[in-house]
Design a protein around this ligand. Structure first.
Ligand code: DLL
Length: 434
């Protein structure tokens, strides 16, 4: 597969690290001079820009958290005057105020190029027609992918999320070849196509680029089989840029290459904040080294994953992060056992008579946490067979206990009773009061 930015994406590590150091030094000098928050924080920590002499010195810099961004709401973290800001987005946080992020002209340019790289890694070329089902608006998915597709020279259909039946008709008539969207919404698209009697086999997709929420390897297999395409994972967050911070290559579909000429990635233990060895899970931390308007330094993402430095057969030299398993704040603690919704998803999807539509409900009864896993049965399942249903519920519950060590009540529910999302799926409803 051709690599969009061959020089940078396949650069030997030594050259790449030299660029990273130079760009890091420039960024730190700039933010020290332009963002009071960073200057004060660094002064308190006794650090000055000239202390950054080697890449490792990044560890001397304090972390930046979501709370820091909130404290500087809306514009105090911007490193350029407002007249140089050409776009504003916000993160889709569920609690409190959103975090506001800004882009200069050059930032939009960089982002478009990184999204063009990402689409190219998924096999897209200027000949492709890209069906972009990420939401357009203040969420970064829609516009981020849109500019990337245009930069690549592909034809983009700015369909956004929702209006699902019309999307299927567009797929039939406009013949898009690359599908972009949030995995849970894509699953819903597949379901609606099925209801309309449309088989994805008769559509024209070769790849899918899915992301914006955690999805498991099992979900990839399901989507690939249902949609007759190869699915790659794309990751990003508004605070760091938006989609296109990292992406899988279609050759390996195994870990997402972090665009290290623009971002320095670290994985740290969320408690000690010390770096963890390659392969050990921890919290992803990013430093942007080319952004102008809204640079972030050692930003704690709360996303959990591992790093894999093994060279990839695709030729890219950029390190891979494995599929994020979830966020530290999505991790459920059920009677002391830590469990991520994605781990439940993996267990559920081993079972072929249920659908991938599920939701977790957590409650506290008599001071004890309870977890109910609601999951839809397949349309073809015989619903009057109460005994059969009960035995399936206890089998899944047994598998969850055995594999994850957590006791869960499993409730099989009728098809299409769990709310479908147009953007990010709501996987957990927590009734506990903390
Ligand atoms: O979700 C940007 C994006 C759009 C990424 C389209 C990929 C595709 P936010 O709304 O700021 O930005 O949410 C960022 O979503 O910290 C993760 O928790 C989660 N996330 C994003 N991509 C993935 C992924 C966009 N591939 C937050 N796997 C991040 C798992 C993901 N989680």
């Amino acid at each position: 597969m051709p690599i969009y930015d061959n020089d940078f994406e396949t650069m030997p590590r030594e050259g790449l690290e030299a660029i990273q150091l130079r760009r890091l030094q420039t960024t730190i000098e700039r933010i020290y001079a332009t963002v009071p928050f960073y200057k004060e924080t660094y002064k308190k920590a006794g650090i000055s820009p000239s202390d950054i002499k080697r890449l490792d010195d990044i560890r001397r810099l304090p972390f930046t958290t979501k709370q820091d961004l909130r404290d500087n709401y809306p514009y105090d973290m911007f490193a350029v005057p407002m007249e140089q800001v050409v776009r504003i987005h916000a993160s889709s946080g569920t609690t409190g105020k959103p975090t506001v992020v800004g882009y200069s002209k050059r930032d939009i340019n960089t982002w478009s190029a990184l999204m063009a790289r990402s689409m190219s890694a998924a096999g897209a070329t200027s000949k492709d027609i890209i069906h972009n089902a990420w939401g357009y608006g203040i969420f970064t998915g829609g516009l981020g992918a849109h500019y990337g597709a245009e930069r690549l020279g592909a034809s983009v259909i700015p369909v956004s999320g929702g209006n699902t039946k019309r999307q299927i008709t567009i797929m039939q008539d406009f013949k898009p070849t690359i599908l972009c969207g949030t995995p849970s919404y894509i699953l819903h698209l597949a379901e609606v196509a099925d209801e309309m009697g449309v088989d994805f086999k008769d559509l024209h997709f070769k790849s899918g680029i899915f992301g914006a929420e955690p999805w498991t390897e099992e979900m990839r297999q399901e989507l690939q089989a249902k949609l007759h395409l190869k699915a790659v994972d794309i990751y990003g967050l508004s605070e760091v840029m938006g989609p296109g911070v990292s992406v899988e290559c279609i050759e390996e579909q195994s870990g997402l290459h972090v665009f290290e000429d623009h971002f320095i990635v670290e994985v740290v233990d969320p408690d000690t904040l010390e770096p963890v060895p390659y392969g050990d899970p921890g919290e992803l931390v990013f430093t942007s080294i080319t952004k102008e308007a809204f640079p972030v330094i050692r930003y704690r993402t709360k996303d959990i994953t591992t790093l894999n430095p093994v060279p990839c057969t695709c030729g890219r030299t950029h390190i891979r992060m494995n599929k994020p398993s979830g966020r530290t704040d999505d991790m459920l603690i059920i009677r002391g056992v830590n469990v991520f919704p994605s781990q439940i998803e993996s267990v559920l999807m081993e079972n072929h008579e249920i659908t991938p539509h599920y939701q977790l409900e957590v409650d506290r009864v008599d001071n004890l946490d309870t977890l109910t896993v609601k999951v839809e049965i397949d349309d073809t399942m015989f619903r009057d067979d109460i005994k059969g249903l009960q035995s399936m519920e206890s089998k899944i519950s047994h598998d969850i206990k055995e594999l994850l060590g957590v006791s869960a009540k499993v409730a099989l529910v009728e098809p299409k009773t769990i709310a479908r999302s147009q953007g990010k799926a709501v996987r957990v409803i927590d009734h506990r009061k903390f």
